[in-house]
Design a protein around this ligand. Structure first.
Ligand code: G3P
Ligand code: CA
Length: 282
């Protein structure tokens, strides 16, 4: 099964895994995303002090682990200052149980059994995350975090692509980044790898940006793009995967506008929106 752009199917992309139901960027969140009908999951990758590719969103370990309790003297707990062995000592699941960031534990959507399994959850390496994706014959959007001000900047792209190629997963991944040099590097050295453009601001001519970066998909915030421009980009052969949409009405509007995909923290909601849309179109 290869990851190609479809004009018909709207991709349900579980942002950092189904992070409303399980701790973000873990294999539990990926499993939940798959179980509730996501077509792919999205993860964030960066480098440890010993240059291992690890799946985590923030530049520090503070928010999503018990690092402050275990390593109180290593403030500010930056990912690039911890080895993978250090990170293996941490629990990336319990914070989710304590904080219930999306209220899905209080709403009793997450079961007691699931919660027990989240205690002690590790941050996966990229290799573990990709291997899981491959075993499930699934797809993943790998977001390479911008390391331009951190160690490992010059090697992260080559390391990520080398791993994807080693696992023979080029047809299962879409690589994105806010760092456009990384995307240009991929287009120049690995043109067979699909890329998606993230940005912190809207673009007047996104198609020109995509062409310049050799990218196939645009990943704008909803406020960065007009509905008419979605249709235009799609006609020009580009994908438009909008981020990060959690309310049903906006999902419906974007589906009707012709997006190729939607990033969501609630893939369970998007799955039902897409089912209803298909029925209404039949
Ligand atoms: O929703 C897509 C995502 O990759 C962009 O931002 O910061 O949530 O990783 P973030
Ligand atoms: Ca991300």
């Amino acid at each position: 099964m290869s990851l190609t752009l479809s004009m018909e199917k709207v991709l349900n992309i579980a942002h950092r895994g189904a992070r409303s139901l399980a701790p973000e960027n873990t294999l539990s969140a990926a499993r939940k995303g798959l179980a509730v009908g996501a077509d792919m999951w999205e993860l964030d990758v960066q480098l440890t002090a010993d240059h291992e590719l690890v799946v985590i969103h923030d530049s520090t370990l503070k928010r999503t682990s018990n690092v402050v309790d275990l390593f109180p003297h290593r403030r500010p707990w930056q990912v690039h200052e911890f080895t993978l062995a250090d990170m293996r000592k941490l629990d990336f699941g319990s914070w989710f149980i304590e904080q219930d960031p999306f209220g899905q534990i209080a709403a009793e959507v997450v079961t007691e059994e699931e919660l027990k399994n989240y205690v002690g959850e590790p941050a996966p390496t990229l290799e573990e995350a990709l291997s899981f994706t491959k075993e499930q014959n699934w797809h993943v959007n790998i977001e390479i975090k911008d390391l331009s001000k951190r160690p490992g900047n010059s090697q992260i792209v080559d390391k990520v692509i080398a791993l994807v190629e080693k696992l023979n997963m080029v047809n299962m991944v879409l690589v994105s980044s806010f760092n456009h040099q990384y995307l240009a590097q991929i287009a120049a050295s690995y043109p067979h790898v699909l890329t998606g453009v993230l940005d912190t601001k809207p673009h007047v001519r996104p198609a020109s940006l995509l062409r310049r970066l050799g990218a196939r998909t645009y990943h704008p915030r909803k406020t960065f793009i007009r509905l008419a421009d979605i249709e235009k980009l799609r006609r020009q052969g580009f994908g438009v995967n909008v981020r990060t949409i959690n309310d049903e009405k906006t999902m419906e509007r974007l589906v009707r506008a012709g997006v190729s995909g939607i990033f969501t923290d609630f893939p369970q909601v998007l799955a039902s929106v897409l089912t209803s849309y298909k029925k209404s179109e039949a």
